[in-house]
Design a protein around this ligand. Structure first.
Ligand code: BES
Ligand code: ZN
Ligand code: ZN
Length: 482
């Protein structure tokens, strides 16, 4: 989809359809809409869509009235959903060229960017492997602004970069495990790196073994597919700070549970267990183009968790790169094992701040459902910054506790730490385990098990991978302040 901004009166624009946001508390008078408001056919409620044909005095053939809710609640996040829902509706009607009228006062960098992101996200369909030839998509999307279009072209470019990076993430997450093995994921990272001028290094089994990554390799050993630790590096021309942000993402290309095998029902979804890793690669793709002033590195440990004849067993004791010994009580708690070594490696590589994202626990879904990402931290100030970035990007996150008292839940009789706690507080004990490997580095952990995949589509987003929390990470890096 080609995305642009233009400063042009909306009545002269040539497009198949013009999207016009309408508010609950600001009756739209044009296009005969006043009458529709009076009869209650149009209310302006969020995401209500009404398609009008041959609007009087307009060059376009159609106007799509798009409910924007109350004007006081309208913001970039609402607009992102509005353009997403509008584009999804229009593409299903074979409409190809679309413009958005961004009314007075709404033309800011953040709204222009969000409008374009929403359009790109709404246009996306996880249909790569469907052979049907009636795939429909919008081909051109233009934001009509009141402000000088030149001022907003950087914002439009940012929206395109973010939307495309998020769809790239979604494509990667949606790849099935037979097509996206750990080595294939590393290839995808390498391709992204050469396309966007990032440094890329892939550590193989031998290298990891030399570094003492016993926790990661223990998970990998049950699969015929070799593991890979992807490292992507972005360096600014001149760094304005001593900070070095490390992004660590869980890259389990398939999680059978290993010897502690999962039930068959719904197991097919476990191809998404690399969504944290994919979000980090997607974030680096955007960061390479947006060029924040601090160095950012991504670390994505990729493994397949399988119950092969060489698989690790419950009761095995592995030694992590940090030197800690871990008793593997449950081989299905594999994410924390691979993240432990990736976090230690990130710290040794000089990262001063860490953010990890992982489809880590079913327990976070019990706690927060499919709405909020669970956020855990050892550093209140980094928490506030991540929450602020998430708020600005419309990616909902909720702070979870990580008090020392929970440490009592993680006791092993035979090793330094077990890989699971007891029955209760599963998302917290998982985070508590990771905290041991963050040591004294400021760190935020994002449990995205409930939010990285939409079991049901939304009007503005197809069913399947969501791309969360890629945009938050990019904003955190691009707005970094010491
Ligand atoms: N990848 C899963 C987390 C998961 C489970 C995501 C269900 C979505 C739905 C993770 O590796 C896992 O299996 N976690 C276990 C931990 C348990 C063994 C302590 C879980 O949550 O059941
Ligand atoms: Zn698991
Ligand atoms: Zn897993």
């Amino acid at each position: 989809m080609i995305t642009t901004t233009e400063r042009q009166p909306s009545d002269q624009i040539q497009a198949d359809t013009l999207i016009v946001p309408v508010f609950e508390d600001r009756k739209e008078e044009r296009f005969g809409a006043a009458e529709l408001f009076d009869t209650g056919e149009v209310t302006g409620k969020p995401l209500e869509l009404t398609l009008l044909h041959h609007p009087a005095g307009m060059a376009v053939k159609r106007v799509l009235l798009a409910g924007a809710g109350k004007a006081e609640n309208f913001n970039a996040a609402e607009l992102r959903k509005l353009t997403g829902a509008a584009v999804r509706h229009l593409k299903s009607k074979s409409i190809k060229t679309v413009a958005l009228e961004l009314g007075s006062g709404w033309s800011t960098g953040d709204t222009v960017s969000a409008a374009i992101e929403g359009a790109l996200l709404g246009n996306y369909e996880p249909d790569r492997y469907k052979s049907t030839n009636n795939k429909q998509s919008v081909e051109a999307f233009t934001v009509l602004t009141e402000a000088d279009a030149e001022d907003l072209s950087a914002a439009a470019e940012r929206g395109r970069i973010l939307g495309e990076a998020q769809n790239f993430t979604r494509d990667l997450v949606n790849e099935p495990a037979n097509r996206l093995t750990p080595l294939k994921m590393a290839e995808a990272a390498q391709k992204t790196a050469s396309e966007f001028h990032l440094e890329c290094e892939v550590l193989d089994q031998e290298k990891m073994s030399g570094l003492g990554m016993g926790a990661l390799l223990g998970v990998a050993q049950g699969s015929a597919e070799p593991p890979a630790l992807i490292v992507l590096r972005y360096r600014p021309g001149k760094s304005a700070s001593h900070a070095h942000l490390g992004l660590v993402g869980k890259g389990v290309t398939f999680d059978t549970g290993g010897i502690s095998i999962k039930p068959a029902d719904g197991m097919e979804k476990m191809k998404y267990d690399m969504a944290g890793g994919a979000a980090m690669i997607g974030a680096m793709r955007a960061i390479a183009q947006l060029r924040p002033p601090i160095p950012v590195s991504a670390f994505v440990p990729c493994v397949e968790n399988m119950p092969g004849s060489r698989a690790q067993r419950p009761g095995d004791i592995v030694t992590a790169m940090s030197g800690k010994t871990i008793e593997v009580i449950n081989t299905d708690a594999e994410g924390r094992l691979i993240l432990a070594d990736a976090m230690t490696y990130a710290r040794k590589q000089g990262c001063t701040h860490l953010v990890d994202a992982a489809t880590l626990t079913g327990a976070i879904v019990v706690a927060l459902g499919f709405v909020h990402v669970g956020l855990f931290t050892n550093d209140p100030s980094l928490r506030e910054r991540v929450l602020a970035a998430a708020g600005a990007e419309g990616e909902r996150m909720w702070p979870m506790p990580l008090d020392d008292d929970y440490k009592d839940y993680l006791k092993s009789a035979f090793a330094d730490i077990p890989n699971v706690g007891g029955r209760w507080g599963g998302a917290i004990t998982a985070a508590m385990f990771l905290k041991e490997f963050a040591e004294d580095t400021p760190w935020v952990h994002l449990d995205i098990a409930g939010t990285a995949w939409l079991d049901d589509g939304k009007p503005f987003l197809a069913k399947g991978p969501s791309g969360v929390p890629m945009r938050t990470l990019v904003r955190l890096a691009t707005t970094w302040k010491d």
